[in-house]
Design a protein around this ligand. Structure first.
Ligand SMILES: [Zn+2]
Ligand SMILES: [Zn+2]
Length: 165
């Protein structure tokens, strides 16, 4: 699997006349290992020898080559992951408050229903779809907890935690 990832990355970079340098390879390896979208801060933490400016440049080149995809709830929080055709089709839950991203893989039934709705929508516009992206924007569980009154948090830390599920 990992060999395939690097092979694809090299091939796609070559198509835009770029070389698969050790720095780019390090980024791809890091993204493959992470298994979920990472921020530039995460990259700096996990690859401390790689200057942040180089990491950013590599990400731009890898995006251009179609190896990496940017995932973001808003302009403040960018995260990066390997392109979906290298990994697998999935969706994202994006927190606008902390920038957190949760990868979610819907059930086949969901994907089937969604494809049907999307076909209706695209066909009536004479558009042929090849793929779709669906990212859900909102607030994650951690940020929702953080928004409770200070008193409520103390109380929640005890045994009676208010739950709304
Ligand atoms: Zn959050
Ligand atoms: Zn889908």
């Amino acid at each position: 699997m990992n060999g395939t990832v690097h092979g694809l990355a090299e091939q796609r970079l070559r198509q835009i006349s770029q070389r698969y340098t050790s720095g780019r390879r390090e980024i791809v390896e890091l993204l493959a290992r992470a298994g979920n979208p990472v921020s530039i801060e995460d990259i700096a933490e996990r690859a401390p020898r790689l200057p942040r400016s180089s990491a950013y440049r590599h990400l731009v080149d890898l995006q251009q080559a179609g190896v990496v995809r940017r995932v973001a709830a808003n302009d403040d929080h960018s995260r990066f992951e390997l392109a979906e055709d290298i990994t697998e089709h999935h969706h994202h839950l994006l927190c606008t408050s902390c920038g957190g991203v949760i990868d979610v893989t819907p059930t086949p039934a969901f994907e089937k229903a969604m494809a049907r709705y999307l076909d209706d929508m695209t066909n009536s516009n004479g558009f042929v779809s090849s793929d779709h992206r669906l990212d859900v924007i909102g607030t994650c569980a951690t940020c929702r907890d953080g928004r409770m009154e200070p008193g409520a948090i103390t109380e929640a830390a005890g045994s009676r935690r208010p739950r709304r599920d």
